[in-house]
Design a protein. Structure first.
Length: 219
């Protein structure tokens, strides 16, 4: 049965880390801490994030106007690949909670889980409205990645985990940037635009943690 489009906005709230811990269960929007954003780029990035936040609010307010737009093959392929990516990142984050030895790596794993679960939830709602199938399990490629990391521990796991995130997010960012700019379907385009800032934060955080671990994160 086709779901009726939401008529209420889902807004991005910028709050402190402390406020974020207490408000997450009680608010309908995504809570993103100002500390985590400002930690990476206090200038132009914040301006871009706020712009995208307003775009997301407008997106969910006006969704019914776009209900008639159809997805083409490229857009469907992007959403299916993106869904697989969300599953993979969530699985990686859960693995970090169990296996990581460094505090920052473990904390990063928790952030990865929270942020990608939210993005995945919005993607699933979009797919339900469009009546398309998205994968619910990891594919063989990502299963192999998880299997390889699951056999590591301590510093060896921390380094492999961060290296994996750096590689994944650099590739994912290119896909999202392309679809945010070129997708003809407004819902797909705005979802990509709304997810881009979160992916950018993750990449910057992975680079910073890489520095903490003494790794070379050059492309």
């Amino acid at each position: 049965m086709r779901r009726a489009p939401r008529s209420h906005p889902r807004i991005i709230f910028l709050v402190s880390d402390d406020e974020r811990k207490h408000l997450v269960p009680h608010m309908g929007g995504i809570l993103y801490s100002t500390e985590r954003l400002l930690d990476h780029n206090p200038g132009s990035f914040m301006a871009r994030y706020l712009f995208v936040a307003l775009s997301v609010a407008a997106f969910f307010t006006t969704t019914p106007l776009w209900a008639a737009q159809k997805l083409d093959a490229k857009e469907m392929a992007f959403l299916q690949k993106a869904a697989q990516g969300q599953l993979a990142e969530i699985a990686l984050g859960k693995l970090a909670l169990k296996k990581a030895s460094h505090k920052e790596v473990k904390e990063f794993g928790a952030e990865i889980i929270e942020d990608h679960q939210y993005a995945s939830q919005e993607l699933n709602e979009l797919s339900a409205e469009e009546g398309i199938y998205l994968p619910a399990q990891l594919d063989d490629k990502h299963k192999a990645q998880q299997q390889r990391l699951s056999h590591l521990s301590g510093k060896e796991f921390d380094e492999a985990f961060i290296a994996c995130l750096l590689n994944n997010h650099r590739k994912i960012l290119k896909e999202f940037e392309k679809n945010a700019a070129m997708s003809q379907n407004a819902k797909v385009r705005h979802w990509a635009e709304a997810t881009l800032p979160i992916l950018t934060v993750h990449l910057k955080k992975a680079e910073r943690v890489s520095d903490v671990l003494g790794l070379d994160h050059a492309k």
